[in-house]
Design a protein around this ligand. Structure first.
Ligand code: ATP
Ligand code: MG
Length: 211
């Protein structure tokens, strides 16, 4: 039995064609089903629906053999005990530093001012500013980071941006890109050894379907 961990929403939607490439078809819709384990057309393959940030944990700890997780999640939560097999080129976006239009980011960086940065990605944020030699106070949030500068709680935010519509709607602008983000195929280390015959054809089929 092979178990594949995925998250609902855009990752699930964009993963379906890749799974189809490996002849795996999901029998249920995770958006409407309350089930957390979904059967597929292949009785030896099942899908787990978990929080996006929990996918690496399920794969590392052996709850799933294979997973699909954003680079943001993998970079943030020290996922050393798993293999990142390939870039799936789905759920693409950017990790960005953003803030109010009126804020002078270049000047603040030049003056080495101490900056307040609100984010869900505290590790990525600390590493990025440390490498620039800028001192920051990180304010950890779990969502809607855009709000923090609007109520003067932070100078800047670090968040994922794709179209930029949410930033625009809140009068914020992009200041600097930290990295490009897309989803990665990850595999449990022991599973790759013990279930190689089962896993290899799936990895190959998914790789061949990646555009
Ligand atoms: P939750 O909503 O459960 O708190 P989440 O907000 O991390 O978790 P999603 O918003 O579905 O969950 O994001 C899942 C993954 O999709 C992210 O880890 C990231 O890799 C990718 N992603 C997030 N936002 C975007 C975006 N705007 N465009 C493209 N991909 C994105
Ligand atoms: Mg979300």
């Amino acid at each position: 039995m092979l178990t594949i961990a995925l998250s609902k929403g855009r990752i699930f939607q964009e993963t379906l064609p890749l799974l189809q490439g490996a002849e795996i078809e999901c029998k249920e819709n995770p958006e409407t089903s309350r089930k957390l384990i979904l059967n597929t057309n292949n009785k030896n393959i099942r899908l787990l629906i978990v929080r996006a940030s929990d996918v690496p944990t399920y794969v590392e700890c052996g709850g799933a053999d294979i997973g699909i997780a954003g680079k943001d999640v993998l970079d943030e939560f020290d996922s050393a005990n798993l293999y990142q097999i390939c870039d799936l080129k789905i759920a693409k976006c950017k990790m960005m530093v953003a803030g109010p239009k009126s804020y002078d980011y270049q000047k603040a960086m030049q003056q080495k001012s101490r900056l307040k940065v609100a984010t869900k990605y505290t590790k990525i944020t600390k590493e990025f500013f440390a490498q620039k030699g800028t001192h920051i106070d990180v304010i950890k949030l779990y969502g809607s980071m855009e709000l923090a500068p609007l109520v003067s709680m932070s100078d800047l935010i670090v968040d994922l941006v794709s179209s930029g519509q949410t930033l625009k709607a809140n009068n914020l602008v992009e200041y600097e890109k930290i990295s490009d983000i897309s989803s990665q195929l990850i595999v449990n280390k022991a599973s790759l050894k013990l279930k190689l015959d089962e896993i290899q054809p799936i990895i190959n089929a998914i790789k061949n379907t990646v555009k």
